[in-house]
Design a protein around this ligand. Sequence first.
Ligand code: BGC
Length: 418
Amino acid sequence: MSLKTIKRSLIFFCVCIMAASSTFAGEVEVLHWWTSGGEAKSVAVLKSLLEAEGHTWKDFAVAGGGGDTAMTVLRSRVMSGNPPTAAQVKGPQIQQWGDEDVLTNLDVVAEAGNWDRLLPKAVADAMKYQGHYVAVPVNVHRVNWMWCNPEVFRKAGAKIPTTWAGFLEAAEKIKEAGFVPVAFGGQAWQEATVFETVVLGVGGPDFYRKALVETDSAALNSPTMVKCLETFKSIKQYTDKDASGRDWNLATAMVINGKAAMQFMGDWAKGEFTAAGKNSGSDYLALPAPQTSGDFLFNIDSFIMFNVKDDEAKKAQNAMARLIMEPKFQEVFNVNKGSIPVRMDMDRSPFDDTALRSLDEFTSSSVRGTLLPSMAHEMAVFPAVRGAIFDVITNYYNGDASAAATAAQLEEQVKSAM
Ligand code: BGC
């Protein structure tokens, strides 16, 4: 081989190495509980954006709406010294993971992306631990929605309710007409979701804040709480016999296919309508749950990011954090997911009427003081308190205890969980 050929081969070899190293990228292992049709379609957006930058997505999906199973799995992975790169974790739990000293600092990515300027201050603060970003917010969900099939209402001659008294009237007619009035999933987190929506409607925003955010004893064990509990339980007679244990998306499917008239659920339900090719306003109606018009129970999804050792994994992790906050992801993900973008400078044109109402009411409820954190979706209280409320509510819904005894129990159990 001539010297010239050797030299040429060497140069070629170096160029190959450089090309390979510039495209070599890391892996992110992402724990989440987005497994329904609409959810899976939404999370696939993030996967493909990351893959387009050369990174690898290792999916760590743990089924179970509301995420309680995912949180148990996450804890055992971290405890065994093997955390994923990122995990879907929300609200006050971000601070608890911060205390464990396992989270990475995302300040460099946040600064480059201007997160402090783009996020509502309360959201930015919730993503920080001791002043440093350790989590990235994905979206804003509204919990207090009612999803209606207008055709079922029409066939039953029932009016879409705006009050809980109106709900009873409509539900009676729908039942008589042979439909299931309320599509319901009997799982503790779904029961708690409906319960908190009733508390907001029947008790009003100030009562909600006192009872389910401040966990004030006098509010938890009060005549107003008794009324909320009674209204909540009155829904049960309008659900079907197979409700127990049903997944939330299967309940949504009952509204989509005209078996049931309505579902009380956050706007991740909208993701199911969208995935089924349905349009809001014609195929389905999204309205505030009775007596909650103008109030906004918020639920913000976010990912915490764990310390990673490997440089390439760190690059992939930073890319994931950056991409989540970029307009492309915020648009496509939220259109699919049924939520609204968390950054405040987004173009409104890709969003439908339901999303735009949500966007407007997010702002207006914040001005009016009726923008409230969801207890059921981990925005309001620490997990131990949330767990205590869940236990009392699920026992009440599925048992024979009176509303008065349950209100007393709420006060007691919450106190001992604090
Ligand atoms: C999450 C949503 C999810 C829903 C059902 C909520 O707690 O915030 O993103 O779609 O649970 O699993």
